[in-house]
Design a protein around this ligand. Sequence first.
Ligand SMILES: [Zn+2]
Length: 261
Amino acid sequence: MSTVHLFDVAPLRPPFGGEVPTQALVIVDDERVTVVDAGFPAAVFADPSMIGFEARFLRLPDRPDSALVNRLASIGVGPDQVGDIVLTHLHSEHAAGVCDFPEATVHVSATELAVATGSSLRARVSYRTRFFDHGPRWSPHDGDLDWLGVPGCTEVLDGIVLVPLPGHTAGHCGVAVRLDDGTWLLHTGDASYADPRSGTPAAFPLGFYERFTAADRAAQRHTLATLARLAARDDVHLMSSHRIPMRLPLTLRPPVKEHDR
Ligand SMILES: [Zn+2]
């Protein structure tokens, strides 16, 4: 049986926006520990200037316990036990934390990796590649699996699927985790903060952030339609990076069957 923990690994305080979490999943089973999104590394909480101009509007609080490496310590997991990190995309508050796990394999969309490490103006503005200077063990993916009607997916590990949901960035993905009851938890990253069923936009500042930072608006609209379709299914649970601040840490367990009660 696997246990899925949900942690806020990069609390943010955007101007006029209150506090916004950046949520990561930690999947622990008998054989492995897998992480979905990595937040900021511990060093950034000590020195936010490491993330450059973003520090001015992300305004992270002095809370080093939030760093993924410290969140893992709170559940008795050391950094060398993390075999794989699966990233929704490479924006700093989702990906910079990989530098605390130099031995882990880092799964990411091949498109996202190419854009983020390229020389375009967007790459220089949007990504902080200094956190990759140690040479992560990248595992770039450009899959051809159909997952619940979404093309181009890759099952990167047993029961963990990288699901292209582009728009926010060119190679942005969701990460689907198969739970023990056979349903899926889909971490939708920054794909959208709108209500997935109705499409109603999120309130400020997330709604503004969603529109302002989109790399491809047409792809983002298509992704919204995909999320609406998935949200209507009984076997898919959606969550996003910065919305739905749940009680932390959250442990998801399979539901108790009627005849077991
Ligand atoms: Zn982002």
